[in-house]
Design a protein around this ligand. Structure first.
Ligand code: ZN
Length: 246
């Protein structure tokens, strides 16, 4: 199956030329990066055969997983739409965008989506690759404290039943606790086909960070390679599926 990995949140890179935008100290910025980065999701999901679109900047620069139109983006109400104004704690993060910076960041956002769009065609499966903190952040819409090991995100148009079943079964058979669309829901496809072309398929896999990193620092834990092996096996299964098997 033609599989494209979408990895939007693995980078911690904030260009020095944008540092002036952030109203927090360097220490606070580093802490926010620890909380918000989907640590090592590029390493967890990618293999030598992968076709992947990895966003090269931190989500604190631009969040490409969010809708560009703040009216469609529920997190925009928390100051965390495509360009964050607030931290995960609800405190101020950046200055309001001036027109020139807005234009630059919009280009960064749309360049990423253009790269994804170019790689996706009819029959492609987009695997939306993320990880999440074991305890809800103040910004999270779902504040339930019990969280699964793996959260699967689906879309009513782009996630066929078969894809959902393969994914849930795989991780459950590895002895992991799986929830669907809880605590995070949805999955990404290019905007050009979103809710229009069901032959483009997608599923989101979010790994609980406590399984593979020390969450206070972002350092790999001793279980990192075990989890990478499991996630890697899942990606290989998707890649090996026949073109009409879903
Ligand atoms: Zn993420």
């Amino acid at each position: 199956m033609n599989t494209v990995l979408h990895i939007p949140h693995s980078s911690r890179y904030i260009p020095a030329t944008l540092r002036w935008r952030y109203v927090v100290s360097s220490e606070e910025l580093a802490t926010e990066l620890v909380r918000m980065t989907d640590w090592y999701t590029d390493e967890l999901f990618m293999n030598p055969q992968s076709v992947a679109v990895v966003f090269p900047f931190s989500r604190l620069v631009v969040d490409v997983e969010r809708f560009f139109d703040d009216r469609k983006e529920p997190m925009a109400r928390k100051g965390m739409g495509w360009s964050y104004l607030r931290t995960s704690q609800g405190t101020p993060l950046t200055k309001a965008l001036d027109p020139e910076t807005q234009r630059y960041l919009a280009t960064v956002y749309w360049d990423h989506h253009k790269r994804l769009t170019e790689l996706v065609s009819s029959g492609t499966v987009v695997l939306d690759c993320h990880s999440f903190p074991s305890k809800p952040l103040p910004c999270d819409l779902d504040q339930t404290s019990a969280r699964p090991d793996i959260c699967i995100g689906t879309d009513p148009v782009h996630t066929p039943q078969g894809l959902r079943e393969i994914t849930v079964d795989f991780f459950q058979k590895k002895g992991l606790v799986v929830d669907v669309d809880k605590p995070y829901s949805g999955t990404l496809v290019p905007f050009s086909v979103y809710r229009k072309d069901p032959t483009v398929k997608s599923i989101m896999v979010e790994v609980n960070r406590s399984l593979y990193v020390e969450e206070a620092t972002g350092k790999k834990s001793e279980n990192f390679s075990k989890i990478r092996k499991i996630v890697g096996e899942f990606v290989e299964i998707l890649q090996a599926l026949g073109p009409n098997s879903l």
